[in-house]
Design a protein around this ligand. Structure first.
Ligand code: SF4
Length: 519
């Protein structure tokens, strides 16, 4: 049971119940009118116990948006929506900071037909566009946009703002010698490259006053050869402290970096050394560690080793909105673990689609897929197939008070997740299957494994109020000459019964499964 996680904390004037923060994630539902879905998403995480929620970035201008589905803090029509979000979180007894965002050269020209703005006209491999170097007028306008956004966030009821200065976005671009090639007062040597981000902080501070918490998200490591050095990051940390930041949130890596930062192949906690370096330079200023921290046990270790004062988890709140509440109640075995697969969250976000979660399909659809109150039901429901979809269907029906019978043709539950758990680095998939097994047991779901439902076993389903088919994925059998030969196997066979001789093998198909099997 984590202990340091549950100590109260403070960011500027903001008292926080404990040390676990929900980090910013762009959800792709920010543009929906009214904001009901967005409010429901955040309120559920507040009820789930996050001490502070940091929203996905709200763009300070159209040209600074990272895609079609951003909210725009400075546009009058967006006010009611953002106020609804802050209100919903407060009603759930939560605290919420709005992240102020400008993508700079990571904006997509195709989104609104606006050429992205950046310190210099350095093409971006991420957005595939070449930005326009900002004029003195653009710089003055952008400073004013950040200040106006912060003032408005305060008026709309947010408890704090965060300035997005990492992951290669605009403020980070000004700091880096790779993207700031200016020779005027806003670029050149390190001191001049710090001027724009520090000016943003100063303008924001002046706009909101001394008592409103301002968090700065700085880059702990750009992971770009030739970019800002560790020594410069430490010096910049000192400047942010002197400039009036109330806390530093440590982001890692640019979107153009060749170094992966968040997939399952990255060891959990790998980046906390960057937070520790910043904490050393930050003195008494609170530091928030983030990036690839997936459990509260790991968060506890980060605090124990004094690598940070707060720990931010993002995707784990998609996988389980109640991760904090369950852990505080001593039920951490009931937490649905984030697998760092990125398939339904980051991959969709980068494609400008609404995000969800592979292990929690309600994520982002809290209004559409409402949780039902448990009720005594008369009948029973059959779920056919105990892969991830069938397991979640059985769990949700069990929570809603149904008697559920889950049929699985294989001798064990898990489906594709059971196969995935055999891939090097993907053992967490087995933890997810174990989570479902515990949940189904708790809910009294009857599991009939090794029982295929075929035409001649339909009597098993007789009397069911409903039958949920979740029979899922089957390997394709392409029409290839020789496919019937005995040494040709499906990926399912290859994973469940690996060949003993270790001889040479040919894999046809280099999608995710082909690569996993090769691994
Ligand atoms: Fe985690 Fe995968 Fe869900 Fe994203 S989709 S939150 S990486 S489990």
């Amino acid at each position: 049971m984590p202990a340091l996680c549950w100590r109260p904390g403070r960011i500027g004037s903001l008292e926080l119940a404990h040390r676990i923060v929900m980090g910013a994630m762009h959800l792709g539902i920010e543009s929906q009118p009214g904001g009901a879905a967005l409010a429901a998403f955040y309120a559920e995480r507040a009820r789930g116990g996050a001490a502070l929620i940091i929203t996905g970035g709200s763009a300070v201008s159209r040209v600074g948006a990272g895609g079609r589905h951003y909210s725009f803090i400075n546009e009058p029509a967006e006010g009611a929506k953002l106020r609804a979000v802050a209100d919903a979180v407060h009603q759930a007894d939560g605290r919420i900071a709005l992240q102020l965002f400008h993508a700079g050269r990571y904006a997509f020209e195709r989104t609104f037909g606006l050429q992205p703005l950046a310190p210099s006209a350095v093409p971006s491999r991420f957005s595939k566009s070449t930005p326009r170097a900002m004029t003195a007028g653009d710089i003055a306008q952008t400073l004013a946009d950040f200040a106006a956004g912060a003032r408005r966030a305060r008026e709309l009821g947010f408890d704090a703002v965060e300035l997005m200065g990492s992951e290669g976005y605009l403020l980070n671009q000004f700091l880096s010698p790779l993207t700031n090639l200016r020779e005027d007062e806003w670029g050149g040597d390190f001191a001049r490259r710090t001027r724009f981000p520090l000016a943003v902080l100063r303008h924001v501070r002046e706009a909101v006053g001394g008592d409103f918490p301002v968090i700065y998200r700085l880059s702990g490591a750009d992971l770009m050869p030739g970019s800002t050095t560790d020594e410069e990051t430490a010096a910049f940390t000192d400047l942010l402290r002197a400039g009036g930041a109330d806390a530093l949130d440590v982001g890692i890596g640019w979107h153009e970096s060749q170094v992966p930062t968040v997939p399952y192949t990255v060891a959990p906690g790998a980046w906390t050394s960057c937070a520790a370096r910043i904490k050393q330079a930050a003195g008494t200023l609170p530091v928030i560690a983030s990036t690839r921290i997936h459990t509260l046990e790991l968060a506890e270790r980060v605090l124990e080793q004094a690598r940070a004062d707060f720990v931010s988890l993002a995707r784990p709140f998609l996988a389980d909105p109640a991760i904090v509440a369950k852990s505080r109640a001593g039920e951490s075995r009931r937490v649905n673990l984030c697998l760092a697969c990125n398939q339904a969250c980051i991959d969709r976000s980068l494609a400008d689609e609404a995000v969800s979660c592979m292990v929690n399909p309600r994520a982002g659809r809290e209004l559409e897929l409402r949780q039902r109150r448990p009720a005594r039901r008369r009948g029973w429901v059959a779920v056919v197939g105990a892969g991830p979809a069938g397991l979640e269907a059985a769990r949700v029906l069990g929570e809603a008070g149904w008697r559920v019978v889950l049929f699985e043709a294989e001798p064990e539950i898990g489906g594709q997740f059971r196969l995935a758990s055999r891939i090097p680095g993907k053992s967490d998939y087995a933890r997810t299957v174990a989570y479902f097994a515990r949940e189904l047991d708790r809910l009294g779901v009857e599991v009939r494994a090794g029982r295929a439902i075929e035409a001649d076993s339909m009597q098993d389903l007789e009397g069911a109020e409903a039958v949920i088919l979740a029979t899922g994925v089957r390997p394709r059998h392409p029409e290839l000459r020789g496919i019937e030969l005995p040494h040709v196997r499906t990926y399912t066979q290859a994973l469940l019964e690996p060949a003993a001789d270790g001889g040479p093998a040919v894999i046809i198909g280099a999608g995710g499964i082909g690569v996993d099997v090769a691994h």
